[in-house]
Design a protein around this ligand. Structure first.
Ligand code: J2J
Length: 547
């Protein structure tokens, strides 16, 4: 295996703004931030409950002792390959054990996983590698009828920083790619002077839903991410008896740490991976593994409820169904408990940080009509009008927040400091909410230029910019419209110099352009002229009402 040369790049102030010392001291003094790093989690589990099952993927299972041993071997092999502390590594894997094993091995080294979604393609991946100067890219050979090796070959040719491509499965015609299985090599030497990362170091980079044309990266530190998972696990009442089923992509912050995989492993429970979210797959796993908690987006709920009523599987082990990432309609919320016989937990989170959960013992009405309240007593929440003035409870305004696990700035993008943060360091979420006196929040809309397609976020500007490359499109605006199944879907209004393309033609064009498939507009409307506001900006509100 060829070595990659990489310099140790400690995260610097220039890469990411940090919490002012006054806040850091405060969060530490309260015990929210601890002297902990994510790579040590498997080792702690192996000490506390070595024989308990930590991870299940199909027929493969790992006890905590085995997880620790596997992570150690992988970390040594990655080190031998040339990976170093501070290196960024784009991780694009579906829900398979290698995601979890590889992720912890990178953490053990102090390397920084960059979470790509399985559906991301050339446009997104290229941006991630360029922005992070990633030294490695971890992929499946094929997934969802897509050959990731071809994309990786392109990326390697395009990006000089990219030294290694690691493939789960067959490397195909690329002997320079490293098979993931080859990393399972116990002869790799112990890592000599492996410096433990500091709790305040960069631990991972998450992708933002984005609203500015190019996806932004969210820096998360060891101490803030560990706290996020622990606080969520407390509210979801996880214990060593908990069995968490990962249905949504692991790369998603929701699945990873809210409380998700990290929260479950911190509590000494078992993580089970679902290869897809179909009721068939999921119900079989819940029965077989006696799953106690799982998490989904709203569009999956009606499918699961319908299938449950028709096939009545044994879901008696299931205590909690978390639903989040998009607004769950209140009437669907009310059907969950009575039908499935478990508690609904609403989840309103964001990769940027702030996480809101309903508690398991909140009154039924709160659970069904709000999206929960902040998980930390140190989460500061403001609801403001469009002048930035704080509003009283019950009034609708934009949600601003800062706290012990909410970012203070994006990774390597100081240009977003002013637009996305207040002078006092509050993050502008772009979400319109109402707050109850109890602190519970209801999400009622958004001011950001984004479409929430059943939980998948689409940055309107990013798609519009790509659409302008289509021959004949003169101008374009992408907005949300209501959809019975997804909650929202995307519609593109296009002004054309010739015949307007169909949605299918545009989807093919965008795919060629390298854009993830879920970003293609569901519907295309040809229009003479885009309506403008008095200030000369495209009037998206007018477009939405035409939809
Ligand atoms: C309405 N809108 C919601 C909800 C998120 C847990 C859960 C979700 C995410 C996530 C996450 C919503 N009702 N219940 O990271 O850890 C919209 C808001 C929010 C944006 C964030 C987690 N839950 N949303 O969805 O970074 O608009 O994170 O600002 O993908 O999703 O999107 P994302």
């Amino acid at each position: 295996m060829a070595k990659i040369s990489s310099t140790v790049l400690r995260p610097t102030e220039a890469d990411r703004p940090q919490w002012p010392e006054r806040f850091a001291r405060h969060y530490r003094s309260l015990g929210h931030w601890r002297d902990e790093v994510l790579g040590e989690l498997p080792r702690e589990g192996a000490t506390r409950h070595p024989a308990a099952v930590a991870l299940v993927d199909g027929d493969r299972r790992w006890t905590y002792r085995e997880l620790e041993s596997e992570v150690d071997i992988l970390a040594r092999s990655l080190s031998r390959l040339g990976l170093r502390q501070g290196d960024r590594v784009v991780l694009q894997l579906p829900n398979i054990a290698e995601f979890v094993l590889g992720w912890f091995a990178l953490q053990r080294l102090g390397a920084v996983p960059v979470h790509a979604m399985p559906g991301h393609r050339r446009h997104e991946i290229s941006h991630l590698i360029r922005l992070t100067e990633a030294v490695a890219y971890v992929i499946p050979a094929r997934h969802a009828r897509f050959d990731h090796r071809e994309l990786a070959a392109e990326m390697k040719a395009e990006h000089p920083s990219l030294g290694q491509v690691i493939v789960v499965g067959d490397v195909g015609a690329r002997p320079d790619f490293v098979p993931f299985d080859a990393l399972h090599d116990d002869t790799a030497p112990a890592i000599a002077e492996l410096a433990r990362p500091a709790p305040e170091d960069l631990a991972l980079l998450l992708l933002s839903g984005g609203t500015t044309g190019t996806p932004k990266l969210i820096p998360r530190t060891h101490q803030d991410y560990a706290y996020n998972a622990r606080a969520a696990a407390n509210i979801s009442e996880l214990t060593s008896d908990s069995v968490y089923l990962a249905v949504l992509p692991i790369a998603f912050n929701f699945t990873m740490s809210c409380p998700g995989i990290l929260g479950t492993l911190q509590a000494g429970g078992t993580v089970v991976l679902a290869p897809n979210p179909s009721p068939d797959t999921v119900f079989t796993l819940i029965e077989r593994e006696r799953v106690t908690i799982t998490a989904v987006t709203p569009p999956l709920v009606p499918y699961w409820l319908k299938e449950y009523t028709e096939s009545t599987p044994d879901l008696s082990s299931l205590r909690v169904l978390q639903v989040g990432a998009a607004r769950l309609p209140d009437d669907i919320a009310r059907g969950i408990g009575p039908t499935l016989g478990c508690r609904l937990q609403q989840v309103f989170g964001m990769a940027e940080g702030l996480l809101n959960l309903t508690a398991l013992d909140d009154p039924e009405d709160i659970v069904c009509s709000t999206q929960g309240r902040p998980i930390s007593p140190e989460d500061e929440v403001l609801v403001v009008d469009d002048q930035g003035n704080p509003l009283p409870d019950g009034e609708t305004g934009e949600l601003l927040t800062r706290g012990p696990y909410t970012l203070r700035g994006y990774y390597r993008s100081p240009e977003h400091a002013v637009t996305h943060f207040t002078e006092n360091g509050f993050y502008r979420t772009g979400d319109l909410v109402k707050r109850l006196p109890s602190g519970h929040l209801t999400v009622v809309g958004r001011v950001k230029d984004q479409i929430n397609r059943g939980g998948e976020k689409i940055d309107a500007t990013e798609v519009e910019e790509c659409l302008l490359g289509y021959p004949g499109i003169v101008s374009a605006a992408v907005v949300a419209e209501d959809d019975d199944e997804l909650g929202e879907r995307s519609v593109a209004f296009v002004v054309c110099a010739r015949d307007a393309p169909t949605a299918r033609e545009l989807a093919a064009f965008l795919r060629q352009h390298g854009l993830a498939a879920y970003k293609a507009p569901d519907r295309v409307v040809a229009i003479e002229q885009l309506p403008l506001t008095p200030l000369g900006k495209v009037d998206k509100r007018a477009l939405r009402s035409r939809g």
